[in-house]
Write a new protein. Structure first.
Length: 653
């Protein structure tokens, strides 16, 4: 990209010439009538078993529920057929998937589109034989191995709804997810490697399924570690698929049939099992890849996200594979065994597009450009960022050191709820601005509203919202099994469709637009903190802390961290006599147990009392100000216990 005097970056002539989208007219065309715009794309991009009859509709079933959004009603399609069969027809020998194991001495695995189809069909047949039917839910608790791709695609092929649980999640986190979908089936592995150590995943799975409806557990052999085995319940993945036929007809799915559920954290620690449906997700996953990453047949795309998260679902798997290009999965940690591991993977596989999170970029920035210097990374042609705000120094480092001052950077903004990217300036059009996500994609109408629901003037911060017709992959609801559906519908309405009325989708992010319509995300409007790109609410952390029997109350705040973006800081009330260091260790353990190691706090402070208003609300902003030693503590007159200020100051010293 070239920098212009106004501080904006534009594509080079050569890049622009070859780009899939290189004319800004597309924005105007889309704006004329976004529904017509998406209609035409859907006809062109998706293989329909039966054509759709209505492009978009939105209705309001009752006052206590959110809107019911439908895209491409009447149509029938299968996502897996669009991913595999259609690309096998074009080029069966094209590499679909490259898998890099954590241990660099272990062999890389590659699957052509034809091989992947064959593996998916075998496993789809195996699932059917175990009793999985269209509409059933299936839990997937797998590390980053090819079988996670095979399992997800096999589910979509037979119309089963997958719920992927991040493999580093604790048994408790697994249990809640399995209970939510009341599934009878879980796919897991014996173990996996993390920094050379074996993690016994099966043991976590065994604990996690206690008290759930799971009756059948399919186990992939990965690490070869010893595991406990239940003969009536457990099945080896290989033994199930060995003798299966590699032919399995893709199920005919309605456009609005549930495709997958993926739980996320929302305001005040709400657990939000987000629902995505078939056609809208398929279209947006496919087209955003073509637009934002400028996919070409020869591209080798690497999204470093774990398939357990939405970025992994959409951009490690579905988007590149829908577009018939090669996707790379890497099992291990970015800097293991050495900080040049990523560079080596790029060099070895001639990766052309790298899509990662600011946390990883900041880590490499700290290692220094040397970790990339000894490898040839000249195959790269586009860089992407996702999941958190990328600060300007990190953006500039990424541009200079990895992008050699010429590669476009797409800073992509989206959410689990939007299923795919909704904001980023396109690499063949621009303009791109460091630390700003950019323009809303064609056909997506984003606005920034003030508290009264009026559009903010340029340069004024407000709430980021999406206006009708939203985007095809927008969240369709919060999943719940009977008898909890009504609660879920109310939650759906309250979290996303309440602030400005039922036709305005609220992102819960704060943002600013400049005079070029470039959107800069400034932070969350709720209590979500993004720790290394993961969504965790302070209230979830607080309840984990409060699990400790001797802790009655706690307050968590997010403070900036050089690598992780944000990191939690815990204040907990403790008046007991036990050794404080021990209590702190136990609290840390509680947090790691319920939220995973990612949520480990920077520090845990034990206090006598937390600052509270007269109405009993904990003043978290005051804690933040005290931590940063700010002179102006704001209005403290509403405090019911002003003496806490001095006490906490002392502890922080
Ligand atoms: C944040 C991840 C700034 C934002 C795809 C959003 C970002 C939340 C960006 C969703 C970005 C995502 N710049 N902030 N480019 N992308 N976010 O559901 O707060 O894990 O609401 O989806 O991440 O996180 P989620």
């Amino acid at each position: 990209m070239k920098k212009k005097l106004n501080g904006l970056y534009y594509p080079t002539k050569d890049f622009q010439k070859q780009a899939n989208l290189n004319n800004k007219k597309i924005y105007k065309e889309a704006q004329k009538d976004p529904v017509v715009f998406w209609n035409e794309l859907a006809k062109k991009e998706i293989f329909w078993q039966e054509p759709f009859t209505e492009t978009f509709s939105v209705t309001s079933p009752s006052t206590s529920s959110g809107p019911e959004i439908k895209w491409f009603s009447g149509g029938k399609l299968n996502l897996c057929e669009n991913v595999l069969d259609k690309n096998v027809e074009k080029n069966p020998n094209k590499i679909a998937l490259i898998w890099e194991p954590e241990n660099p001495d272990e062999q890389t695995k590659k699957y052509t589109y034809e091989e992947l189809l064959s593996e998916v069909n075998k496993f789809a047949n195996a699932l059917k034989n175990l009793g999985v039917k269209k509409g059933d839910t299936v839990g997937i608790y797998l590390p980053i191995i090819p079988e996670i791709v095979i399992a997800m695609l096999a589910c979509t092929r037979i119309g089963a709804v997958h719920l992927v649980v991040f493999s580093a999640f604790s048994p408790e986190a697994l249990k809640i997810r399995l209970q939510t979908i009341k599934t009878k089936y879980l796919i897991t592995a014996d173990g996996y490697f993390r920094r050379g150590k074996i993690i016994n995943l099966k043991q976590n799975a065994d604990l996690g399924i206690e008290g759930t409806d799971v009756e059948k557990v399919i186990v992939v052999k990965r690490a070869g570690n010893d595991i406990l085995w239940n003969n009536t319940r457990d099945f080896w993945f290989n033994e199930l698929t060995n003798n299966e036929s590699n032919i399995c007809a893709p199920e005919k799915m309605n456009s609005e049939d549930l495709l997958f559920v993926l739980p996320e954290s929302g305001t005040t620690g709400q657990f939000l099992p987000i629902m995505h449906t078939t056609a809208g997700y398929t279209l947006q996953a496919k087209i955003t890849g073509k637009w934002v990453f400028d996919y070409k047949d020869s591209d080798v795309f690497w999204s470093t996200a774990d398939p357990g998260w939405i970025t992994g679902h959409t951009y490690s798997i579905y988007s590149p594979l829908l577009n018939g290009i090669t996707t790379v999965l890497f099992e291990g940690a970015p800097d293991y065994p050495t900080p040049d591991r990523w560079a080596k993977i790029i060099e070895k596989n001639k990766i052309t597009i790298l899509y990662t999170a600011p946390t990883a970029i900041r880590m490499f920035k700290q290692y220094g450009a040397e970790s990339f210097k000894n490898c040839d990374i000249s195959s790269l042609r586009i860089l992407g960022s996702v999941g958190e705000i990328i600060d300007e120094p990190t953006w500039l480092w990424y541009h200079k050191e990895i992008g050699k001052n010429k590669l476009p950077i797409v800073d992509t903004y989206w959410q689990t709820e939007t299923g795919a990217i909704i904001i980023t300036s396109l690499p063949g059009i621009g303009p791109n601005k460091p630390a700003s996500a950019g323009l809303a994609l064609p056909g997506v109408n984003m606005e920034i509203f003030d508290d009264n629901g009026r559009p903010c003037k340029n340069g004024v911060e407000g709430n980021l919202v999406m206006l009708s017709p939203y985007c095809p992959a927008i969240v369709r609801g919060i999943f719940a099994c009977p008898p909890n559906e009504r609660d879920a519908q109310e939650k759906y309405k309250n979290v996303y469709w309440n602030l400005y009325g039922k036709d305005i989708y609220v992102t819960s992010d704060r943002a600013i637009k400049d005079k070029h319509n470039i959107i800069k995300i400034t932070g969350r409007a709720d209590d979500v903190i993004k720790i290394a790109g993961r969504r965790i609410t302070t209230s979830e952390l607080e309840s984990a802390v409060n699990n400790h029997l001797q802790i009655s109350e706690s307050a968590v705040i997010g403070v900036p961290d050089e690598i992780k973006g944000f990191i939690p800081l815990v204040f907990a009330t403790y008046r007991g006599t036990k050794n404080k260091d021990e209590i702190i260790k136990e609290i840390e353990l509680e947090i790691r147990k319920s939220m995973g190691p990612i949520a480990t706090p920077k520090k845990i402070y034990l206090v006598n009392e937390l600052p509270k208003t007269r109405s009993g609300k904990i003043m978290r902003t005051l804690l933040k100000k005290l931590y940063f030693n700010e002179k102006d503590l704001g209005d403290t007159s509403t405090l019911s216990n002003p003496e806490t200020i001095e006490a906490i100051k002392k502890i922080l010293e």
